[in-house]
Design a binder for this molecule. Structure first.
Ligand SMILES: Nc1ncnc2c1ncn2[C@@H]1O[C@H](COP(=O)(O)OP(=O)(O)O)[C@@H](O)[C@H]1O
Ligand SMILES: [Mg+2]
Length: 254
């Protein structure tokens, strides 16, 4: 179970309040989507879960598998099985993909990663993601297009086998065909690992046609203002965020 209980978050530098009494509970195996226009705090939420140093949680808790994870370091959170697929994956010069993933994997299984099994797995996964096999030995994300960087993040996911996945704007930078390849790979992973939970963060509903959520939450000004199913996403897509809010306001005024 993943539980965010009324967190308030501000930026470290300017003290700007971004998340306001934000709560969300995700059970094992559930897929939740958070939708909202630009600037409501979606990426901040994903970064705060991973303990990004730019943000401070002023109150509230984040729990995963009965353990409070706010206060832990990013690598400790990752070792607990939480994996963030970032909106803009960074380039890391001097560290190769295979070195990084093998080190991370060794952390998990007490240095028992068999090199041959690991390389074979990497090759197979690169193939299924339609990525060239030589990127295995190149610096992380160096010389890759936006779409290839996203695929590279999915490669990490398939190797490290997290139990909780956060997808921040998965479709940004991906063309239609690449998006399908990525979504198929994630769906295959979820089918093989039924207890995996997913948090999809998006401002478009099209990704939700490919990775189907059990719940859709609408986010506005740092908190969830409405929860529904895929129909809520369709409604938002059809009439826009502001119109959905107008209807909501007139309903509450009646
Ligand atoms: N480190 C930061 N310093 C200052 N402002 C920030 C920082 N991170 C986010 N913000 C601001 O907080 C708001 C929410 O940002 P973000 O979470 O990226 O929104 P979203 O992903 O929903 O588009 C935006 O107005 C953004 O400019
Ligand atoms: Mg964002």
């Amino acid at each position: 179970m993943f539980i965010i209980d009324k967190i308030n978050v501000k930026t470290k530098d300017s003290g700007k309040e971004i998340l306001k009494d934000f709560s969300l509970t995700i059970k094992p195996g559930e897929i939740h989507a958070i939708m909202g226009p630009n600037g409501v705090g979606k990426s901040t939420l994903s970064k705060v879960i991973m303990a990004h140093p730019d943000y401070i949680i002023t109150s509230g808790t984040i729990k995963y598998k009965d353990q409070t994870i706010n206060g832990l370091l990013t690598d400790e959170i990752a070792r607990n099985g939480i994996y963030l697929l970032m909106q803009d994956p960074a380039i890391i010069e001097g560290v190769s993909n295979s070195e990084c993933l093998r080190t991370a994997l060794n952390e998990r299984n007490d240095n028992n990663t068999n090199l041959y099994t690991f390389i074979t797995k990497m090759k197979n996964e690169l193939e299924s993601l339609k990525l060239p096999s030589d990127i295995m030995h190149q610096s992380i994300n160096k010389g890759l297009s936006g779409g290839e960087r996203k695929k590279n993040e999915v490669l990490g996911l398939k190797i490290l086998k997290p139990s909780f996945i956060i997808l921040d704007e998965l479709d940004s930078g991906l063309d239609v065909d690449s998006l399908k390849v990525v979504a198929n790979n994630i769906n295959k992973y979820l089918n093989e690992n039924k207890n995996t939970s997913v948090l999809i963060i998006t401002h478009y509903s099209r990704i939700l046609d490919l990775i189907k959520p059990n719940y859709v939450h609408q986010m506005e000004d740092g908190k969830i203002i409405k929860t529904g199913d895929i129909d809520l996403a369709k409604e938002i897509e059809k009439i826009g965020y502001s119109r959905v809010n107008e209807i909501k306001e007139s309903e509450t005024n009646e």
